[in-house]
Design a protein around this ligand. Structure first.
Ligand code: URA
Length: 209
C-alpha cells in the first residue's frame, strides 16, 4: 500500500499484542500505549528537518545536529488521541500540541466537530495527527480536512491500528498524507469497530467501561 508505513519492529508488535488482550488492565493498557507511542515517535520523526549548531564538549568546539521541536505539532483527536500524546511528547518535549474534538455520530458513523484549538503560525509547522484507531477513517479524514485549511508544511497520521476500510477512506480523501500504523487488521464490524482490534481505545485508556 502506497504511503502506509507499517511499524513492524518486534518491540512494537509485542506491546500491541499485550494491549489487545481483553484482560489487560486499564493501568497496563495505558502504560503499554505510552511505551508504544514513544517507539512510533521514532518512526514518524525519522525525516524531520535538522539543523547544525555549534557546541562545546569538555574538550573542544564541534558541531552537532538538532531538530527544532517547536516546529512540530502533535494534534490529538479527542479523546483517545490523548493516550498517544504523552509518549510522543516524552521524545519531543518541545513540540506544540493541538486538539480536535470529534465524535462519531452513532447512526451515520460520520464525524461531528465540537472542539478545535491549534498553535499559531501553523503554516510554518509540520503536523503529526494522532489517534489510536483509524477505523471508518471518517474522523481522521475530517480532522485532516480542517488542518489543511491552516496550510501546515506537512501532515502525517499516526495510529496504533487500522483496517482496509480506514486506509481507503483516508487515502481517497488525502492521498498526500502518510499513515503510520503498528497493524492493519482484517475489517470493520457493523458498529465501526476494528476486528480483531482491541475494543474501544478511549474506554480502555480511561477505564470508562
Ligand atoms: N474506535 C475504537 O476505539 N475502536 C475501534 O475498534 C474502532 C474505533
Amino acid at each position: 500500500m502506497r504511503n502506509v508505513h507499517l511499524i513492524d519492529h518486534p518491540l512494537v508488535q509485542h506491546k500491541l499484542t499485550l494491549m489487545r488482550r481483553k484482560d489487560a488492565s486499564t493501568n497496563s493498557f495505558r502504560r503499554l500505549l505510552n511505551e508504544l507511542s514513544t517507539l512510533m515517535a521514532y518512526e514518524v520523526t525519522r525525516d524531520v528537518p535538522m539543523q547544525e549548531i555549534e557546541i562545546e564538549t569538555p574538550l573542544e568546539t564541534t558541531t552537532g545536529k538538532v531538530i527544532d521541536g517547536k516546529k512540530l505539532v502533535f494534534v490529538s483527536i479527542l479523546r483517545a488521541g490523548t493516550g498517544i500524546l504523552d509518549g510522543m511528547l516524552s521524545v519531543v518535549p518541545g513540540a506544540r500540541v493541538g486538539h480536535i474534538g470529534l465524535y462519531r455520530d452513532p447512526k451515520t458513523l460520520t464525524a461531528v466537530e465540537y472542539y478545535f484549538k491549534m498553535p499559531g503560525d501553523m503554516h510554518e509547522r509540520d503536523v503529526v495527527v494522532v489517534d489510536p484507531m483509524l477505523a471508518t477513517g471518517n474522523s481522521a479524514a475530517a480532522a485532516v480536512e480542517r488542518l489543511k485549511e491552516l496550510n501546515p508544511k506537512s501532515i502525517k497520521f499516526v495510529c496504533l491500528l487500522t483496517c482496509p476500510e480506514g486506509i481507503r477512506t483516508m487515502q481517497d480523501a488525502h492521498p498526500d498524507v502518510p499513515i503510520y500504523t503498528a497493524a492493519i487488521d482484517r475489517q470493520l464490524n457493523d458498529h465501526g469497530y476494528i476486528l480483531p482490534g482491541l475494543g474501544d481505545a478511549g474506554d480502555r485508556i480511561f477505564g470508562t467501561k
